[in-house]
Design a binder for this molecule. Structure first.
Ligand code: RP5
Length: 165
């Protein structure tokens, strides 16, 4: 989405995080929320992170969704440098299945909050939906899109289970 200035910034520590984080992007698109996506690594591109986080609010972003795996400092470091809400998505790592990412992101000290979602795809989708809920407080179109997304989800659930061969 490039026509509107982005409301949400999706950042991730590596290109390898994109298959997970694209679910956040797709969900934002479904809600009509504009976003930008960037690779910003707390470890490999610390200067890029400082620049991104310290300018995010002035550039008009409302929310940052940050996905990272392993020693996942990105969401916490971003939260330290911006007053915007930061939602963290723990990426499912190869060695520890994302337990490392989850604990790195969720265990912030009191005073620097990161809203932490589930490991992997579910977390990426929910970070976008939660962003939608926050933005919907001030935006009737997003509120309607969110209602309709939820209605579609309900409609997709069959009443009776069937045997799947
Ligand atoms: C983290 O290290 C990234 O967020 C990624 O999940 C993980 C592995 O990165 P790559 O080695 O695949 O670039 O910084």
């Amino acid at each position: 989405m490039s026509e509107k200035s982005p409301q949400v910034g999706i950042i991730m520590g590596s290109q390898s995080d994109w298959p997970t984080m694209k679910h956040a992007a797709e969900t934002l698109e479904a809600l009509g929320i504009s976003y930008e996506k960037r690779i910003v690594s707390a470890h490999r591109t610390p200067d890029r992170l400082v620049e991104y986080a310290t300018t995010a609010r002035d550039r008009g972003l409302n929310i940052i969704i940050a996905g990272a795996g392993g020693a996942a400092h990105l969401p916490g470091m971003a939260a330290a440098m911006t007053p915007l809400p930061v939602f963290g998505v723990p990426i499912e790592s190869k060695s520890l299945k994302g337990q490392d990412s989850l604990l790195s992101i969720v265990q912030m000290p009191g005073g620097v909050p990161v809203g932490t979602l589930a490991i992997g795809k579910a977390g990426a989708i929910n970070a976008a939906l939660l962003s939608g809920s926050v933005l919907a407080l001030q935006d009737e179109n997003i509120a309607k899109a969110l209602d309709s997304w939820r209605q579609k989800q309900s409609n997709a659930v069959a009443i009776e289970p069937v045997d799947i061969l």
